[in-house]
Design a binder for this molecule. Sequence first.
Ligand code: WTA
Length: 642
Amino acid sequence: MLFPVPKAWAERAHVNAEALAAARRRADEDPHGYWKDLAGRLDWITPPTKIKDVSLRTEDFRIRWYEDGVLNVSANCIDRHLRHRANDVALIWEGDDPAASRKITYAELHEQVCRMANVFKAQGVTKGDRVTIYLPMIPEAAYAMLACARIGAVHSVVFAGFSPDSLSGRINDCDSKLVITADEGVRGGKRIPLKANVDAALAHCPGVEKVLVVTRTGAHVPLTAGRDIIYEHAAAKASIHCAPEPMNAEDPLFILYTSGSTGKPKGVLHTTGGYLVWASWTHEAVFDYRPGEVYWCTADIGWVTGHTYIVYGPLANGATSVMFEGVPNYPCNSRFWQVIDKHKVEIFYTAPTALRALMREGEAPVERTSRASLRLLGSVGEPINPEAWLWYHRVVGESRCPIVDTWWQTETGGTLMTPLPGADALKPGSACGPMPGVKPELVDAEGVVLEGATEGNLVLTDSWPGQMRTVYGDHQRFIETYFTTYPGKYFTGDGCRRDADGYYWITGRVDDVLNVSGHRLGTAEVESALVAHPRVAEAAVVGYPHPIKGQGIYCYVTLNAGVEASESLRKELIDWVRREIGPIATPDVIQWAPGLPKTRSGKIMRRILRKIAENELENLGDTSTLADPSVVDDLVKNRAGA
Ligand code: WTA
């Protein structure tokens, strides 16, 4: 199935087919000129002359973009718009309660960010210091990110759905001395005790000196004397002027923790110049954004999508960006579409998991709304199944709006593969092809490059400006994780198919990373939460296909000798994991496993566990190398229905 580029799009888009072909050619033939010109979209204090210095080989590994350039991200996202667009709306905040919304102009944004930057400074934050942001989806979250950028502090946003334990791990890993949070968060009519979570986390964080508490609900929260400060009290005394700190292009901008196949989440570090170039260019090209349009990305700022496509990309482009505190099904299943009508949203960007959940509710909740303002739809975070794509296209977009299926990762900073709506015919479920200058390749397990229509592991053979620069505090882990599986190439961890027309189809992770409702989670994290329970001896966790979440979490649990399996213990373990990591990690299935399939050297054979979870029992493969093959028979016999 092919959806051709609508004529109006081909005529009007920033990037049509010819422009795209020309950009690809130029990126190949004159990379220096291509990347240099791309940087020209930002305001530089000192424009870069050194454009790209990259080697992905371990011997002389380096990734540097625009390395002699000097700029400030907050000045690019705010100050440079003040001359002509001070009164344009930068952020539209839509509260959880449909009666609550607010518009923040660029002039106001400037004031608020400067004020918060001064509060940070007054608390001793200086250039290079790390600040942890644990806030709900309120404007202060964006202010806090930009305020850090303004003074050269490095932010680490922690998703407000993470537990105290997850939060303390992230605070300690990057050694934040300041945390900014809120009294409570509000989502789907429920309150989330953010300040209480911070209090619990800080019992294990000796390095934190100050906690700023933004008032969201006004709930009474205990304050620790000498440590906790009500943000509004501090802000009332702060000046609304704060000069932006000149930053080198390669100075860190933020750290964002994400899950990998092993160990603890790693601190993905992005730098100033290249990241903002990539955020701003992809936001404009992919969404065909032009000033004055209302654009809405439904992600949470706790994830990279929120960083790049709610805050940095749109604001760098002077856009009007909607920030939504709530959830798609509160107070009713029409909420997304009501918000679109309320704010006349033209570009809408969301995740397949939300679409699948809404699709289940039928077409009526969509059709009750107008959606006449919409002209472009986007999808991100996980593969979109053709059925959900077609529903999105026909029901939500009334067959009028192209869909950009954007493939990227926390590590990539911004979109790498996507159709461009004025240039590419669409195939439902395909991320189409690379942005100009991005070099995908499919390889087999041994690293042999696969040509033509084929399927393999997705690697990138060269850098792009928005690429992560290191794992915070562990550069060796960065190189080993991403550049040694296929030496000299960046390994994405994703599988991918390329069809005869050259379209790319991401098939999902090939490593032990789960994608649950578009949220990344390591199987190792869930396992270590389970084995931390006093009654659990061993656990193995795999993903399985889930109709709404994309992937569900399937846990095989071996209990300690003498412990009786029971329904109440099952519930207890589910609650335990939620408390240890956060609700996104809630196990879907727990199967009691008297033994796990292991090789004679003790390695768990996950391949077999995955097959059982997927209910592909005919296809278990060779089990003869197992220390005890009868374990498998037991697991199959007692398979928990998922
Ligand atoms: C998956 C989110 C298919 C992929 C931006 C990737 C996708 C992981 C798509 C990164 C897409 C993201 N189609 N799969 N359009 N977008 N993914 O770091 O498996 O939270 O590796 O970044 O999500 O998740 P992350």
